[in-house]
Design a binder for this molecule. Structure first.
Ligand SMILES: [Zn+2]
Length: 121
């Protein structure tokens, strides 16, 4: 399950952000997962707490924001969203298959809520 290595990578990035902001704890993290990122959100949900165990992100709430794939058509020039669970690289407007994927392959940390020392009085 490669979601484990992805989860470890996310935790490492969070630790980096947390130390930059002198945070004590990470409260929550929001990830953007593109439809074509190859990441199984449910598997990542299971892997994250294991990867975060013993780190500053141990108690972080994981929020996942799934984003659909977006195609840009080389024939009509319009962009369309790939509908449904199964990805088909076809333009929704003119059914052209000569399309370019312009979004949906990303895996990003959108937001991380940090608790800093100053927060607690
Ligand atoms: Zn088209």
């Amino acid at each position: 399950m490669h979601e484990f290595s992805i989860a470890y990578g996310i935790v490492r990035e969070l630790e980096c952000v947390a130390s930059q902001h002198k945070a004590r704890r990470i409260m929550s993290v929001t990830l953007q997962i593109g439809q074509l990122s190859g990441v199984d959100p449910e598997a990542l949900r299971l892997a994250f707490p294991l990867a975060a165990r013993g780190t500053i992100a141990e108690c972080a709430k994981l929020r996942l924001k799934k984003t659909p794939a977006v195609l840009k058509c080389h024939k009509c020039g319009r962009s369309s969203r790939a509908a449904g669970q199964t990805f088909v690289a076809v333009c929704a407007h003119c059914a052209e298959t000569d399309v370019q994927i312009i979004a949906g392959t990303e895996l990003l940390i959108l937001k991380a809520e940090l608790e800093t020392a100053e927060d607690k009085t």
